[in-house]
Design a protein around this ligand. Structure first.
Ligand code: ADP
Ligand code: MG
Length: 322
């Protein structure tokens, strides 16, 4: 490694290499692409392709857009098996994998109840409504039919939302595009989901994990290269009702916001996995969440618990010890 670094230092630096950045508001969040390139035209094309790809994922998977494929699925799959794109099929298949792995802590059918929350209007469904719809949260009722690449729901009124996994998927597609375009260093982010390609030449990039209770401050800074990182926090979309923090990560068992921690950040190779696992870990809580992450090779976690205390997965503790 050290030798390799020495050899690199002997190579002349490309003349006009520079960072190119662009951000756009999409998918209800901020999309950012940043890359290192010697060729302006290569950089601009790569950024444009990533943004287009993000828009495509949004057009397929935004449940609030009635023309999206997911909205069609939510209307029709309770009556018949609906053929879907390879993209939507892949994301739902991966989501169901994490549902099984977490015994339902991660469940894209949380939206059967989640659809009645309006965070902007500070509205939560009352107890009767939650009781009437809670049984419709059940990932086992989402059936995949691989031969026809179609999907059906066994429960009437079941609704799917991919807010806990689609941004990670979109980020991975963005990184694939950068690689295809010959880019060797960059970052693609969609809100709390980021993936880093390469490093900053001679050192890793430093990523900050937001302080859950102090706006604009970081709780942890961590050096990262060639990895995805996703954070799920109770401060992203929330309001306070009768002293209780009502936020956008729901415990499928209760149909209510999970109070188990303040934030979960997950490191893994791919953003689809870090995204799904950050939401999963948040719902599982510190003990079960860390146990799950420690059982997955190549995956790590940084948790800020309900009291604001930090917890690390075994892989990070090993790295920190001398
Ligand atoms: P964000 O980056 O939007 O904050 P997170 O990764 O923290 O996203 O996931 C939160 C989103 O996941 C929610 O907005 C919702 O769409 C979805 N979600 C909430 N609870 C669950 C759950 N138990 N299982 C799967 N998805 C969930
Ligand atoms: Mg997530």
């Amino acid at each position: 490694m050290r030798l390799l670094l020495f050899l690199c230092l002997l190579l002349p630096l490309p003349a006009a290499a520079e960072w190119h950045r662009e951000s756009r508001d999409m998918m209800g969040t901020r999309i950012e692409v940043e890359l290192w390139s010697e060729r302006e035209e290569q950089a601009l094309r790569a950024i444009a392709r990533v943004m287009d790809s993000m828009a495509q994922v949004n057009a397929l998977m935004n449940p609030w857009d009635e023309d999206s494929e997911l909205a069609l699925l939510n209307r029709e799959a309770q009556h018949r098996a609906v053929p879907v794109s390879a993209e939507l099929y892949t994301v739902i298949e991966r989501a169901l994998y994490y549902s099984r792995l977490s015994e339902g802590a991660f469940d894209i059918s949380f939206a059967s109840v989640g659809q009645f929350y309006d965070y902007r209007a500070a509205q939560a469904p009352d107890a009767e409504r939650v009781a009437a719809y809670r049984d419709k949260i059940n990932y086992r009722a989402i059936k995949l039919h691989p031969q026809s690449r179609s999907i059906s729901y066994d429960i009437e009124g079941l609704q799917v939302d991919l807010g806990g996994i689609a941004k990670g998927y979109a980020v991975d597609r963005g990184i694939d595009i950068l690689v295809e375009e010959g880019i060797r260093g960059g970052v693609v982010s969609a809100g709390g989901d980021s993936r880093i390609l390469g490093d900053l030449g001679d050192r890793p990039r430093t990523i900050g994990i937001r302080h859950p209770r102090k706006e604009g401050e970081f709780a942890v800074m961590i050096p990262l290269a060639d990895t995805a990182i996703s954070t799920s926090g109770d401060y992203e979309r929330f309001f306070i009702q009768d002293g209780v923090r009502v936020h956008h990560i729901l415990d499928p068992g209760t149909g209510r916001s999970s109070a188990s921690m303040q934030s979960a950040s997950i490191l893994s190779d791919r953003a689809i996995d870090s995204d799904a696992l950050s939401t999963t870990t948040f719902v599982l809580g510190v003990g079960k969440g860390l146990a799950l992450i420690n059982s997955l090779p190549g995956v790590d976690a940084i948790i800020i618990d309900a009291e604001g205390k930090l917890h690390y997965s075994d892989g990070l503790l090993r790295e920190q010890s001398p």
